[in-house]
Write a protein that binds this ligand. Structure first.
Ligand code: ADP
Ligand code: MG
Length: 263
């Protein structure tokens, strides 16, 4: 019996199609092939139009799954995005430059981003927002804090697995290292952090935030010569933003108080 011109809902065809779609790992197509076939029949779409629709749905499904997986992998600390960032609140920040970063050209050039400024000005929000936008551009990003990264690398070194752990961080297009400056590093911790930054140099982009000016990084890293070398590499090809003003929440709280007391 020829399959040409057969009814799309023929159970033997369905078994063959479903078997192959499962074997080829095409769950998106598996979900929609029948309703799309019905729709194609009632609307009079051609065979080719149907096949194009089906493959497009599978591709869209794969892309959505990949984005969801990359978002999980990134371990971002907040779901906040660039859309919800109030640029008007930070006068020192150039909005077009930030939005331009979210296109990802700096990743292709292995450049870094550095966000400096006191606590509460939105560095983590902004950085996570940039990471999320980059994931939607198809890049792989991963968030960590400086303290957590130091602990992970120092523990890896004690196990004799530092190289392996460094390689696992090297597979991201961008690593965001948040909060350099809150926790001073132990001498062992500083050494592995120097190594991490050296490995990333000109091979991978970093997005670093700090509440300290560069001159004070030596307080965190300890060794002045190594710190100077690290800063030299980190800032060599970097987009540096200094946020100033007062804490966003504090400002909001003040505004609420003053509008509540207004006549
Ligand atoms: P930082 O990392 O600089 O200490 P955060 O990013 O943690 O600051 O910001 C503190 C809180 O204030 C977060 O909830 C953040 O979403 C919010 N916030 C800070 N600045 C802004 C801003 N300009 N627009 C919107 N929300 C902001
Ligand atoms: Mg923060």
């Amino acid at each position: 019996m020829s399959a040409v011109g057969a009814n799309p809902t023929d159970p033997t065809h369905a078994a063959v199609i479903e078997g192959y779609l499962r074997a080829f790992k095409m769950p998106g197509a598996l979900r929609v092939y029948l309703p799309l076939a019905e729709e194609a029949k009632t609307q009079g779409h051609s065979y080719l139009a149907y096949l194009a629709d089906l493959l497009t749905r599978e591709a869209e499904n794969r892309r959505a799954n990949q984005m969801a997986q990359r978002l999980r992998q990134a371990k971002l600390p907040t779901a906040k995005t660039l859309d919800t960032f109030d640029f008007a609140a930070v006068r020192s920040l150039n909005r077009p430059r930030i939005l331009n970063l979210s296109q990802g050209d700096f990743l292709r050039a292995h450049e870094n981003v550095i966000l400096l400024g006191p606590s509460g000005l939105g560095k983590t929000h902004l950085g996570a927002g940039i990471c999320q936008a980059l994931i939607y551009q198809g890049f792989r990003t991963r968030f960590t804090t400086a303290a957590r990264l130091m602990e992970e690398l120092a523990a890896a070194q004690r196990r004799g697995e530092l190289q392996k752990t460094l390689r696992s961080w090297a597979r991201y297009d961008l690593v965001m290292v948040d909060e350099i400056g809150y926790v001073p590093f132990t001498p062992d911790g500083a050494r592995v952090m120097f190594q991490f930054f050296a490995e990333a140099y000109e091979r991978q982009s970093l997005l670093v935030t700090s509440n300290l000016t560069f001159a004070r990084w030596v307080d965190v890293f300890g060794d002045p010569t190594m710190t100077a070398a690290l800063l030299d590499r980190l800032t060599h090809r970097a987009h540096i933003f200094t946020l100033d003003g007062e804490s966003y929440r504090l400002r909001q709280a003040k505004q609420q108080r003053s509008s509540a007391s207004a006549p």
